[in-house]
Design a protein around this ligand. Structure first.
Ligand code: SAM
Length: 223
């Protein structure tokens, strides 16, 4: 397993701590579209024991159903503080922890399912983070990701490459990652990739932790 890039991880933590107070306001315009995609992602969860990686301010909390026992982690303590407030306001009680997705404190096979929304654009070593998710989810368990990735349209992809360093500096996430490839590189079986927009940027990725024998390859279905 590769080593954690401590400097980059510390920079990511500081960036998200800085953004945390503004995060909900900055995201409000896009949330009009994201909320439907969040709902779609959470419909794919097969709990009950569910891990949310990169829980942020708790934007997915409204989609928790009563049959789920949810644990959320985030690198940023300021994001976790906001997530705790949101949980209290919604009268739900997920277990929330400050933790690095690249090195989780959970034992192997602790969860039935795991989910992350708009997170693997920011985790410094996404393959390491995805391998950790695979480690803590039971064999046969599902991993559900909602992510923006580098566009498959060549010109747009090149523009994303060009803008990436600026966006990372200002906001935190990389806009040119190939998360579907990273999921494969982490050893997960891809069950389905749904393209959510006409530019091939937003994707719902459903993967299985190895050992299921149930994987159905339905890649690149439009949704
Ligand atoms: C763009 S925000 C998304 C937050 C939330 N999932 C949402 O959908 O609004 C990315 C989140 O990932 C978290 N994050 C980045 N690197 C992480 C890591 N290594 N471990 C855990 N969380 C991380 C950030 O702190 C931030 O809260």
């Amino acid at each position: 397993m590769s080593k954690i890039d401590v400097q980059n991880t510390d920079a990511t933590l500081k960036r998200y701590n800085r953004i945390a107070p503004l995060y909900d306001a900055l995201e409000a315009p896009v949330e009009l579209v994201y909320s439907a995609w969040r709902k779609r992602a959470w419909r794919r969860i097969q709990g009950p024991k569910t891990l949310e990686v990169g829980v942020g301010t708790g934007k997915n909390f409204p989609y928790h159903t009563s049959d789920l026992d949810v644990t959320g982690i985030d690198l940023s303590d300021r994001m976790i503080t906001r997530a705790r407030r949101k949980a209290a306001s919604l009268n739900i009680d997920p277990s929330l922890h400050q933790m690095d997705a690249q090195r989780m404190d959970f034992t192997d096979n602790s969860f039935d399912c795991a989910v992350a929304t708009f997170v693997f654009c920011s985790v410094p070593d996404p393959i390491l983070g995805l391998q950790e998710m695979a480690r803590v989810v039971k064999p046969g368990g599902r991993i559900v990701l909602l992510e923006h990735v580098r566009s498959r349209i060549p010109l747009l992809g090149r523009i994303m490459d060009w803008l990436d360093p600026l966006v990372v500096r200002l906001m935190g996430p990389h806009i040119n990652r190939n998360t579907v490839d990273n999921v494969r590189k982490a050893g997960l079986d891809i069950e389905q990739v749904q393209e959510l927009d006409p530019f091939g940027v937003f994707k719902l990725i459903v993967a299985n932790v190895d050992g299921t024998g149930k994987t159905k390859k339905q890649e690149n279905t439009r949704g």
